[in-house]
Design a binder for this molecule. Sequence first.
Ligand SMILES: Cc1cc2nc3c(=O)[nH]c(=O)nc-3n(C[C@H](O)[C@H](O)[C@H](O)COP(=O)(O)O)c2cc1C
Length: 486
Amino acid sequence: MPFDDLRSFLRALEKTRELVRIPFEVDPHLEITEFADRAVKSGGPALLFDAPKGSDVPAAINLFASMRRMELALGVGNVEEIASRIAGFLQMQKPQGFMDKLKMLPKLAEISSAFPKTVSDGACKEVIRRSDFSLDYFPILHCWPGDGGRFITLPMVFSRNPETGKRNCGMYRLQVYDGQTTGMHWQKHKQGAEHYRRLAASGKETRMPVAVAIGSDPATMYSAILPLPPEIDEMLFAGFLRGRPVEMVKCETSDLEVPANAEIVLEGYVEVGEMRREGPFGDHTGFYSLDDDYPVFHIECITHRKKPVYATTIVGPPPMEDFYMGKAVERIFLPLMRMQLPEIRDICMPAEGVFHNLILVSMRKSYPGHARKVMHAIWGLGQAMFSKVIVVVDEDVDVQNVAETAWKALNNIDPQRDIEFSMGPIDSLDHSSRLPNYGSKMGIDATAKWQSEGFTRRWPAVIEMSSDVKQRVDDLWKRAGLHRRS
Ligand SMILES: Cc1cc2nc3c(=O)[nH]c(=O)nc-3n(C[C@H](O)[C@H](O)[C@H](O)COP(=O)(O)O)c2cc1C
């Protein structure tokens, strides 16, 4: 059964010993970060701080910070199950006869149960504060010593495309400026920023309504980070993930809708043209991202549950909670990537690559230059455009095994011949590019080279023992008693 809300997920985590409650006072200023960092780095549990210093609201962190918790969050034994469900939909053929149609019914029912449902009221409105509200009520973290202030780190930010009315939900951090004002850190390439640009260009409105939901059932929270095409509603995808519609409720001050089960909702607007310094912030990269100008979010109303729980995360030197969230994205999106690039066998984004810095790709090579076609195609695929280094290897290489990939790739390349550079958009968090958001990428073709690619020498085989010898030595190994020593 999918989780009803954040608190039912917390209960399930506690029951399975995946969550530890901290009953004594811990400071949201740096101390919670140190707890969360130690927990994630040691394979520890999610943490629920019952008494964060300076607030009556408990703070939950590291909810997704292991593959096990990612699976619990998404209600699966293995995230590959979701990839298979997606692949099943993508392979759906037009039914040929009555039996085919009958077989399709469960799939159609699955789709129809994914659509979000508008409801008239929700737990997120148990308390409505139109005046006299302040963000100081919540245990918002000051994550790292060099941060520019306190940041809301796990928000679902809702906006609408002013031209089409389509909804977007993205996770963009919010720096607290005062009790009613935050930064709005939607990076240039993200959908929230696109909505803002379109509204500004229309010249019709000066205020863009924005609503921020904090803490919901885990599949809904998770959907905010998914790099979905702009036309796909994250709430529809969340409904697909949880197998039950997300119930949405209209905001008090705008027509935007938010998940009815949210713990906390901040309603407000972003004023066209208003910019303010945001950052620095200890970021996904493990470095501080530099301060820069971003729009400002003015809060007009806060609604919340009677006893809300504040959901948060920290990012920093990998691996952190976001690595596990990203790993699940990698697995879930592989079938979608393979729909456009069926030659791709597998991809891997190792933790050290912090999502955008490194992507390892194995592929079935069919024609000269094929590996380069794949790297250029990846640079053209949604947020995969940020991939700073792409390493392409043959299909027999297990890219989940980074050591094997490095060994084979490094043997296979003639650097001058096999490495190419390309210019293009760069992740806003990259501190090394010559300009913000624009710089170079590197593609490494580490596949075996062919004559048709101009390689005229012989290409050697990888060393492998013959299987009959292996079998014989299996027995001899035991005879020598060596199996007892390993
Ligand atoms: C914990 C966490 C924090 C994030 N913070 C930001 C952020 O501050 N700004 C941003 O543009 N993207 C941020 N992202 C990445 C976006 O959520 C992600 O790119 C998402 O797909 C954006 O949605 P969109 O395509 O609908 O804009 C964050 C991701 C995670 C996991």
